[in-house]
Design a protein around this ligand. Structure first.
Ligand code: UD1
Ligand code: UDP
Length: 371
């Protein structure tokens, strides 16, 4: 048995970025914590680069599970995570988001009756065809603490019958991360010069979701739509390409339209700089929809739905699907609209609120979320 108060389970790029503030808060409070990395992401540019840049400690456990089918990957993670929990007997387990790592951490914790906290709880796309939707619903219903980024997320949970005393609105830890690194990105990043880009004269594209890139017709259609708008507007498009999307592009032998330039996945500072200075962001990423909204860059979401409706409600985001006409129309609308919306994801103190609520370390006076 060890004196681990909190065991943090993570495994992919967005979880590393969004749990970094929680890890920092554990350090600041002197809380005994450990980090379990499932190894769902393992390529340097999706993994180690973020530990280095965000100055995070090397994970206490790297389970090196790697890629695989959903059940093979999730099952392998559950088995390995369980043995860590049996050894460490954590007071609280924290998972974040909606990946297979989150599902595995949630099942392992609930089977051992560990107290489980789900960070970024209550998001719903209402599309059970997405693996992420299944993962987040199951994690929410296994969790003892549900840390919601917004009131809307809390409402969804109450409507599903989650006991109200488990539900807390904390804001999203991505605001903590963006506030922590936005100025540093502006100061240090050389990404514009290195890629021959001029602020406000390019669009940023990310697309990696299985429902888009694993379907040849959808992937081609979204690329054509973005390229069509690029030609019409005269804006360049830079596409930091996720390995899943790179593999599909090659496998489907899709000719990338010349208006779109692919680059390697970026580190966090460079990516924040690209998001802050782009005229427009096209994405199917969850985290990128949030960050564009926080940073004041208009976003066009290349999906049929979003689990981040707050970004649409404040006028920061348009959900257009993958049809070229709809993409161009959404992009025109985004450019015409203003950018003076309010960030709906909280005040950047989510990590402190989460640790206060689970009762580890000295409490802060952060109080409730304040917009
Ligand atoms: C996963 C999440 C998705 C999230 C994304 C963040 C699930 C079901 N999906 O998708 O919700 O938006 O992470 O980026 O959990 N690969 C590499 N190197 C790596 C990891 C993966 O090359 O470090 C390649 C492998 O070929 C792998 C493929 O990418 O088969 C997909 O990886 P996987 O972790 O299954 O899903 P992601 O698409 O990354
Ligand atoms: N990101 C990054 N470099 C990139 C693309 C994304 O650092 O080249 C960051 C981005 O800032 C955001 C997170 O990765 O914080 C989003 O992850 P991703 O799009 O892979 O997953 P999702 O949010 O869709 O689950």
């Amino acid at each position: 048995m060890s004196d681990t108060a909190v065991t943090i389970v993570l495994g992919t790029r967005p979880e590393i970025i969004k749990l970094a503030p929680v890890i920092d808060a554990c350090e600041e409070r002197g809380v005994g914590y450990s980090v379990v990395h499932t190894g769902q992401h393992y390529s340097e540019e999706l993994d180690a680069v973020f530990f280095d840049q965000l100055e995070l400690p090397t994970p206490d456990h790297n389970l090196a599970v790697g890629s695989g089918s959903h059940s093979a990957q999730t099952g392998a993670m559950i088995r390995e995570i369980e043995s860590v929990f049996l050894d460490e007997e954590p007071e609280v387990v924290l998972v974040q988001g909606d990946t297979n790592t989150v599902l595995a951490g949630s099942i392992a914790a609930s089977k051992l009756d560990c107290v489980l906290g789900h960070v970024e709880a209550g998001l719903r796309s209402f599309d059970r065809g997405m693996p992420e939707e299944v993962n987040r619903v199951l994690a929410d219903h296994a969790a003892d603490y549900l840390f919601c980024p917004t009131d809307q997320a809390a409402r969804y949970l109450r409507e599903e019958g989650v006991p109200v005393d488990r539900i807390e609105v904390t804001g999203n830890t991505i605001v903590d991360s963006v506030i922590g690194y936005r100025d540093l990105a502006a100061e240090k990043s050389r990404v514009l010069a290195e890629n021959d880009l001029t602020a406000d004269e390019f669009c940023l594209l990310t697309a990696h979701r299985a429902e888009n890139v694993d379907d040849r017709a959808r992937f081609s259609s979204l690329l054509d739509g973005v390229a069509g708008f690029a030609s019409e507007s005269g804006l360049d498009v830079v596409y930091p390409i996720h390995p899943r999307a790179r593999e599909r592009l090659d496998e489907f032998e899709i000719d990338l339209p010349s208006a779109i330039t692919t680059v390697e996945p970026q580190d966090f500072l460079d990516f924040l700089r690209l998001e802050s200075t782009a005229r427009l962001v096209f994405t199917d990423s969850g985290g990128v929809q949030e960050e564009a909204c926080i940073l004041g860059t208009p976003c066009v979401t290349l999906r049929d739905n979003t689990e981040r409706p707050e970004t649409v409600d404040v006028g920061a985001n348009r959900v257009v699907g993958v049809g070229p006409d709809a993409i161009a129309a959404g992009a025109r609308d985004a450019l015409d609209a203003g950018t003076d919306w309010e960030n709906p994801f909280g005040d950047g103190r989510a990590a402190d609120r989460i640790l206060d609520l689970v009762g580890v370390g000295p409490a802060t006076s952060v109080g409730g979320v304040s917009g």
